[in-house]
Design a protein around this ligand. Sequence first.
Ligand code: SF4
Length: 457
Amino acid sequence: MKKVYIETLGCQMNKSDAERMYGMLEHCGYTQTENPKEADMLIINTCSIRQLSEDKAYSAIGVWGKWKKNKPDLKIVFAGCVAQQAGEKLFRRAPYVDLVIGTQRLYELPNLVKRIEAGERVVSTEEKPYEESDIQINRVKSVNAWVPIMEGCNNFCSYCIVPYTRGRERSRKPELILNEVKKALEEGFKEITLLGQNVDSYGKWLAEKTEENPWGYTKDEEGNVINLAWLLRRVNALEGKFRIRFVTSYPTDITEELIDTVIELDKVCEYFHIPMQSGDDYVLKKMNRRYDYATYKKICENIRSRIPDVTITSDFIAGFPCETEEQFQNTLKAMTELELDYSNTAAYSPREKTVAAKWVDLYIPEDVKTERLARLNEHNRECCLKSNQKYIGREMEVLIEKYEEAGGSGRGANIISGRTRNNKIVHIPYDEDITGEFVNVKITSARTWYLRGEMIN
Ligand code: SF4
């Protein structure tokens, strides 16, 4: 068999796409390799969320292009979000690339590979809903299986490239999702994470939108609306002990029905990832986010009052164009006031085509952005530690994800580590690899990014 190597940059959606590519390519006669130098086909699965990740993609193919001089049969594929934007233009910049495949053309990979093997150079990036079939997925060995349920976004936040790279919102058919979940459980996965850019929009546009049905929802055989809560119920009803998570939520799309469902279903974990992006109303407006701080706060307070021990995590951007020091301070205040358990943070990076990228006069100088990001991170560390300290002395169920022998990172004991239902990482001294098991643990201490505990069963 020939060998294929995929380098994946960026988000979980890209990682999930790579698992699908490996599965499809196995049927085309390719086996996976971890060593790019021995590969017959090299695929870069790109990310365009920040300039840095885009630069990384171009630098990787630059190196591969040089290898091709000594190995002319080597096939180079440029995939993912940067490919979606670059299209034909990429051939001018990198004439050694054989295939440019956009995010919405993933399922055409086997046919496109046949064409490049026959010597063609191909670009396939047109935005066109793909016909998805039940394909093989070569998942990364782990306890958690990522299952995309929807893709794309209709929100057009002024800084975000996703609507231009992943296209408009599309929900996958429920039967395809449920089949994929069943297979993952049969393969031994113990946690299913339902994935989407706006996961709580699941179900919209499965039908044509009409005046009576403006969101294009469909119904099941009993007349129930097919949405995220419906899907969670169906997944929860599958047999076996496993956990269910879902990411990422758009704040104002979190419904009472969804919260009720998280409370009601035993396998759905007490965890919400709800990007806030800024704690300042003016900045939120400029970001084209459809809520103000008070609304976000109400959503958090509602979830926290109804779900004990829930973990709420968020995303923030430092130095968005126009952000004043005072407005930035409002973000820091929001983090503390809402006791956010953890936040992903990033400095603003202008993305071509987006509205905010055009506000060059309002750009925040690099050194100010860097300094704000450092303060945001410091605040994040404080919030995380405070959140972790709440659990000292508590007994929690942990799903073990990893075993590490003593010696690494200066540790003196063998360690197993995993996550609680509310997504806290726990390290436990233990001498046996029991990855994939659920264990009960007493939390003994808290660090910024993880808890320590001891086995109680
Ligand atoms: S909702 Fe999320 S994915 Fe959609 S445009 Fe806004 S930030 Fe991007």
